[in-house]
Design a protein around this ligand. Structure first.
Ligand SMILES: [Zn+2]
Length: 473
């Protein structure tokens, strides 16, 4: 049997199931012909050193925004650079905003990427100059090559490939402060809600399963944080005199935390939800790779049950990220009267974090070991996010990726969060948010030797062009 992949490798032309009128070969040819221009754009963008942590309102960020605005203008988007205002009233980031309205009745697509990049604390850790784009084999190295100049390249390339055949209205938002946590992005969008309203939002700031295996990012876990105080005595006492019947606050806190888990190391807190990977699991994560990437000691057995993907993407997890206790070198023979721990809990994508926080609080305050006093102080909550696997736009995106890459996409989740995505979804509840992007497991976003796969990027551009055509049906 010939797989789709083989057909592609053999050069046979396949037609999109999403839109029989689309000649994907023609789109592919245009993307290939334009690709030297794509690489040139990436190279010039990398050279701009748009490090937002060196001042989001700095001249270097203005230059980066101007450059991106110009690049998008060349593919037909009416762009401008606007400066947002920080929540404290000071000058904020330079954002590139724009639109192209082809038909008021046609669907409207908002394209998101960001033009700021992570800093480079130690260039000596790089094999190439981080701000001189350098091609090695199939990869282009440089700070921002994948995160997120690659995202900008996908949008620009797709719009170029469609040219005057663009069947949808386009709005763009290329952010200038994503790497700083987007302090003014959401207030800006909320203040200009009408201007950015869209049927589909494509966030090109994530990535693929592998350079030759595409993905949609289907979910992000939420998070909730709380401080837990455990008190057993009004003041510390001598551990020789009272040790035995009176357990110290650190031991009691450890018992309390341990009581949240079952014998498999899975969180067993009533009301804390768990779910299976959104859109189904096409391929599980490889345990050896996870162990190697996280540098797990050989003897350690991974906790929990179910697929590794579910454990990392869609099941809840709890981490003690802080504990008030004397450092070992400063310790004495006393029974600690009280202690405080900070719990950071990742929540299932579909559960409201406030609800998870309430469930945890209820559990912790009713499971105090030996009746110790337990107080829970709720802190921050951040909503997770889950793609709608049954939405038309999702199916169109999956089909476009399959067509572009010649293989079936493998969905992936994120254990961490991209805070602005649930916020965008909150502001535009009816919009379908699609999370794509040029990264892959060896892209090293945020790390030394960041790179993007050139073949993957080319396919991502083809996919987005096919997707935009399908959405215009
Ligand atoms: Zn990014």
């Amino acid at each position: 049997m010939t797989s789709v992949n083989d057909q592609y490798r053999n050069g046979a032309r396949t037609r999109s199931h999403a839109d029989p009128d689309v000649d994907s070969g023609e789109i592919r040819a245009r993307v290939h012909a334009d690709f030297p221009r794509t690489v040139d754009m990436l190279s010039r963008k990398i050279a701009l050193k748009s490090i937002s942590s060196q001042g989001i309102a700095g001249a270097h960020m203005r230059a980066s925004a101007d450059f991106v605005a110009e690049q998008l203008r060349e593919v037909g988007i009416d762009t401008q650079v606007v400066q947002s205002t920080n929540p404290d009233g000071t000058d904020g980031a330079y954002e590139v905003v724009g639109s192209r309205i082809v038909d008021p009745q046609a669907p409207t697509i908002l394209l998101y990427a960001h033009h700021d990049v992570q800093p480079v604390p130690d260039p000596a850790q790089w094999s190439t100059d981080p701000f001189v784009a350098t091609t090695v084999g199939d990869r282009l190295f440089g700070r921002g090559s994948c995160d997120d100049a690659g995202g900008i390249a996908i949008h620009r390339g797709a719009l170029h490939a469609l040219g005057d055949e663009l069947p949808v209205n386009i709005k763009v938002f290329i952010e200038g402060e994503e790497e700083m946590g987007s302090p003014s992005f959401i207030p800006f969008i909320e203040a200009h809600r009408e201007q950015f309203a869209a049927d589909v939002i494509i966030v090109a700031d994530s990535g693929n399963w592998a350079p030759d295996v595409p993905s949609l990012t289907t979910s992000l876990r939420g998070n909730t944080t709380m401080d837990v105080t455990v008190k057993v005595l009004e003041h510390p006492v001598h551990s020789g005199q009272y040790g035995g019947p009176i357990l110290d606050a650190h031991t009691l806190a450890a018992m309390l935390v341990a009581s949240m888990y079952d014998e498999h190391g899975e969180l067993a807190v009533p009301g804390l939800q768990s779910q299976e990977p959104v859109g189904g699991l096409q391929r599980d994560l490889d345990e050896n790779s996870v162990r190697r990437d996280a540098a797990v000691v050989d003897s350690y057995r991974l906790a929990g049950t179910g697929s590794l993907a579910a454990r990392l993407w869609t099941q809840p997890s709890a981490t003690v990220i802080g504990i008030d206790a004397p450092a070992v070198d400063d310790s004495f023979n006393v029974i600690a009267n009280q202690t405080r721990i900070r719990l950071s809990v990742r929540t299932a994508p579909g559960q409201r974090p406030e609800e998870a926080q309430r469930a945890l609080r209820e559990f912790l305050t009713t499971h105090a070991p030996f009746g110790a006093q337990v107080e829970v102080t709720p802190l921050d909550n951040g909503m997770g996010w889950a793609m709608d696997p049954d939405a038309e736009a999702t199916k169109d995106a999956t089909e476009a990726l399959r067509e572009a890459y010649g293989v079936d996409p493998v969905n992936k989740g994120e254990g961490g969060s991209i805070p602005f995505i649930p916020e965008l979804q909150r502001i535009f509840p009816k919009a379908q948010v699609l999370v794509t992007g040029p990264e892959d497991p060896i892209s090293n976003a945020h790390s030394p030797n960041e790179s993007v796969s050139l073949s993957g990027l080319r396919n991502d551009i083809v996919a987005e062009a096919l997707l935009l055509r399908a959405l215009g049906r």
